[in-house]
Ligand binder design. Sequence first.
Ligand code: IPM
Ligand code: MG
Length: 368
Amino acid sequence: MAYKILVLKGDGIGPEVVGEALQVLKVIARRSAIDIEFKEAHIGGHAIDHFGTPMPEETLKHAQDSDAILLGAVGGPKWDNPNATVRPEQALLGLRKALGLFANVRPVRAVKELLGASPLKPEIISAVDLVVVRELTGGIYYGQPSEKRNTAGGREGVDTCFYTEAEIARVLRFAFELARNRRRKLTSVDKANVLSTSRLWREIATEIAREFKDVACEHQLVDSMAMHLLRRPKDFDVIVTENMFGDILTDEASVLAGSMGLLPSASLGEELNSAGCRVGLYEPIHGSAPDIAGRDEANPLAAILSAAMLLEHSLGMRPEAEVIEQAVDAVVKDGHRTRDLAGGSGTKTVGCKAMGRLVREKIESFDA
Ligand code: IPM
Ligand code: MG
């Protein structure tokens, strides 16, 4: 039976970068004789324009019927009105929630040839190899009440940070398991000196740590973690944290890798579906970058590496994922750079399409 993959290109540079990632997947599928059925659907701002909603019902139906989803990015200035009740980002939050994708995995790796692309000193970032596990379906992103309102005393805004024990425990267990298969070090990040949800988080992390005696577990407050991440990033292996802290820390962590355009992500649920696949949503951590959309300047590598994560986590094909990762490394090593990484001596600046083609040619050259 064919694997079902839903492709949601989205807005801005989404269609460009996912277009390249999709072609890479097709090369891998042909090469390894994997039967994949691709479907495309609408999401985000352009879905608002065409259907009045960022996630048309048909998109959700296809998503629920897929083994994995490859997504570009949503949003843009056209839909940014702060008073709008319908926003592109709602589609992303809705999809994560509807599919139960509670564990967002964001690996950050320093690539030797790209050390110069980061504003940080090479000796600080060389050999960085960490993964942030961000809780993705709870916390302040989803808690109720959440609204902006007018009262006799003036305008008010409220958001609610809410977590259940079960939500915290499952993402912590996921992160401990991951650490067990890596360097066996886990850093749990919270704000337990101020927030009740964080005190619960720390209590549960301490309890679960007893089940994973082979993993060294430490706790960090999110503010000092933001500092340690730039000062001594090599000390971290798996970092686990709640939804909003993870959102913020992963943008910060992208500076370690040199560019947002390099970082992929996987959002995973608990269950295996009837095809034996762990359903997942795979997307670059970068946004829709409307300023460069349609100019063939975007870096497709984060989307391509997201496709590699899809093969590994949803289809259970680690060797195929590795082929993509090795091809990306080799193309970078050959000196090819998109504009976000441009500038080093001996390098050549290429566009989005050319970068995608170089990765595919590299994969094909492995067979020659
Ligand atoms: C991310 C993004 C999203 C988030 C936005 C687009 C809603 O920043 O995936 O990190 O905040 O989760
Ligand atoms: Mg973010």
